[in-house]
Design a protein around this ligand. Structure first.
Ligand code: NAG
Ligand code: NAG
Ligand code: NAG
Ligand code: NAG
Ligand code: NAG
Ligand code: NAG
Ligand code: NAG
Ligand code: NAG
Length: 543
């Protein structure tokens, strides 16, 4: 805390000038590079310059297949996570064997921390210090690897004990079960024109599930809910919470998926914005969110008394999307059975993989151009090994900067905040873009890296990446445990060039799953992928 505070103050005062100077120097060098006037070329670790790197090309395989670092010690392969601890086991069991809560009323907010499966506590505003100082979370005691998350999804999807049986049957249950059977017996797809097989856990399953969603899925949107917190996507079409507005807008205007007849609906959408909720109802410096929680709770009371659908499934076929940091805490209680699509997807808090859906955070600068200046350099023109820039939020970034911002290696560009133009340029010129958690696990950098063709390096223990249900994230991103930050460079340079080139290609292939489209959404785009994850989890929790 102390260190962090000091760093933050420093960051605003003296370091500012130093940083500006650094940025100017870097920009200068890069500017020269860009214009190809520079006699310098950025030297790669070990031996040889970047210009020797070639992209995938049959004639240059031997060059590609050299590692970035020829000279240093044997490459340290990414260490497997330590999964042997008892605490992990019990933690996993807790999530896997816990049936969803059956109370629609839920527990009181003040008590939920008592039942938290481990000591990772969410921020509670009441105990915040003065001056809007945020409580900085501590590192999690238990780290769940991506492989373990994948296994947790499979387990949850094959165990009826984890799902709530509806109180009474309906035609839609049968349709979901039929879809489930069809997906499980999907015809083998080896190659597909629009899907690149290495990106998926199982392309046959994904393709079948997606097509069945297109053919089958009907979503009902409740008309209840006052503007602007409900039903007003226009209010939140840009900024870091813009995914809320974009999803709401496309969902509420979907010709394909909407139904006006709730008895035909497989899913019920609760159309609110967690960001606008905070903007409209949070009393500045009140350190109290009870009114926000109450507001959302009243909404559930309203729809549960006006319609039979909530009571039928106790909310488990209802979903919402929410990107604000507070959304997980605000949607406990009655919302816990819902499919909660959260940007702050932290499996160490109460995000339930296989039920909840990781909602991609997309930073939108202009709502007319939601995907930004998509693009970036070819691998051989990516002269920087790793790039990060950002405010010193949370506990991970100070460690990252402490370790890497003032080291002699010129290929590590790890900064405090820099200007937006340079930020984008670095993303387009770097091989790896570090997505380090801020106050919470999520960061807009994950999608940014992908859109700029930079292989994401996720340093955020217990973050559940978007579309994990179907995407094989480890095939195109690197997950570095927080405790391995000192080894960051070693880990990255140990990735052979041929492997890097392959990962980068996959990053380009996965871009379409992270792009918004105005008007009519496009097949396999981010809107459809979010909806697909919700559909997929619903289908596989219907027994
Ligand atoms: C760099 O490579 C050259 C030949 O390609 C070799 O002679 C030289 O020793 C290498 N330097 C280092 C530091 O490995
Ligand atoms: C591979 O390299 C050859 C010779 O340098 C070149 O003619 C060809 O266009 C390259 N192919 C690709 C896919 O870059
Ligand atoms: C895993 O953790 C346990 C207990 O913390 C420790 O005894 C064991 O040596 C660790 N294993 C590895 C491979 O690090
Ligand atoms: C939390 O709930 C438990 C039982 O559900 C109760 O015994 C305990 O007093 C509650 N704690 C608080 C702080 O309300
Ligand atoms: C589900 O619960 C029942 C009864 O509690 C138990 O007998 C059964 O083994 C459980 N199934 C699984 C897959 O754990
Ligand atoms: C993918 O799923 C299909 C359908 O369940 C199955 O037949 C196939 O073996 C799976 N492929 C892989 C690579 O797991
Ligand atoms: C749903 O259940 C709640 C609480 O059990 C009850 O108050 C409400 O009237 C029920 N809704 C309907 C439509 O029956
Ligand atoms: C492109 C290419 O030739 N890649 C090869 C590099 O080396 C690894 C193993 O050392 C092979 O598996 C790749 O096929």
């Amino acid at each position: 805390m102390d260190q962090n505070r000091v760093l933050r103050f420093l960051g605003q005062a003296e370091t500012c000038r130093v940083l500006l100077l650094m940025v100017l120097v870097v920009a200068f060098v890069l500017g020269f590079q860009y214009l190809e006037l520079s006699p310098l070329s950025i030297v790669l670790p070990g031996n040889g310059t970047v210009s020797e790197l070639r992209e995938s090309n049959d004639t240059t395989k031997s060059v590609e297949n050299e590692t970035f670092l020829a000279s240093q010690e044997a490459p340290s392969v990414l260490k497997p996570y330590n999964s042997s601890t008892e605490v992990l086991k019990s933690f996993e069991d807790k999530f896997l064997n816990n049936s969803p809560k059956t109370e629609t009323s839920g527990q009181s907010r003040g008590n939920k921390t008592a039942s938290s499966p481990h000591s990772l506590q969410p921020k509670i505003p009441q105990i915040r210090k003065k001056h809007r100082q945020r409580i900085i979370k501590k590192p999690p005691l238990v780290v769940i690897s991506i492989t373990q998350m994948n296994n947790m999804i499979l387990k949850r999807h094959s165990d009826p004990n984890n799902s709530l049986a509806p109180r009474w049957g309906s035609k839609v249950d049968k349709e979901l079960k039929t879809a489930r059977d069809k997906i499980k017996n999907a015809a083998l797809v080896k190659k597909d024109d629009s899907l690149y097989a290495p990106l998926y856990h199982n392309i046959s399953i994904f393709k079948r599930s997606y097509e069945l969603m297109e053919r089958t899925l009907k979503v009902y949107v409740y008309s209840e809910g006052d503007r602007p917190i409900f039903h007003q996507p226009e209010a939140i079409m840009d900024g870091v919470y813009a995914s809320e507005g974009w999803f709401m807008k496309l969902m509420e205007s979907s010709h394909r998926f909407l139904t006006k007849d709730p008895t035909k609906a497989h899913l019920f959408y609760l159309p609110f914005s967690s960001r606008i909720l905070q903007q409209k109802l949070y009393v500045t410096d009140s350190h109290n969110r009870r009114n926000l929680v109450k507001y959302l709770r009243n909404y559930i009371d309203l729809i549960a008394s006006n319609y039979p659908f909530w009571n039928r499934t106790r909310g488990s076929d209802h979903f919402f999307t929410a990107c604000h940091d507070w959304a997980p805490a605000e949607t406990r209680g009655p919302y816990m059975n819902c499919i909660r699509s959260l940007c702050n997807a932290d499996v160490g808090v109460d995000f339930v993989v296989g039920k909840d859906v990781s909602f991609p955070e997309t930073k939108i600068d202009s709502s007319r151009n939601p995907n930004g200046k998509i693009g970036g350099n070819r691998p051989s023109k990516r002269t920087i090994l790793a790039f990060f820039s950002g405010n010193l939020h949370g506990y991970v970034r100070p460690i990252l900067l402490d370790q890497w911002s003032s080291r002699p290696e010129p290929d590590m560009k790890i900064f405090n905040r820099i200007d937006h133009k340079s930020y984008i340029r670095f993303m387009k010129q770097s091989r790896f873009c570090v997505c380090a958690k801020g106050y919470e696990v999520n960061s807009p950098r994950v999608v940014e890296s992908i859109l700029y063709g930079c292989v994401p390096v996720i340093i955020s223990d217990n973050f559940v990446p978007p579309f994990l249900e179907v995407l094989d994230w480890e095939s195109f991103a690197v997950f570095v445990p927080e405790k391995e930050i000192p080894n960051l460079r070693k880990i990255l340079i140990s990735i052979p060039v041929w492997k890097y080139v392959e990962m980068q290609k996959r990053v380009l292939k996965v871009q379409k799953h992270f792009m918004w489209h105005d008007g009519e959404p496009v097949r396999y785009d981010i809107f459809h992928m979010i909806l697909h994850s919700v559909w997929y989890n619903r289908v596989f929790q219907t027994f």
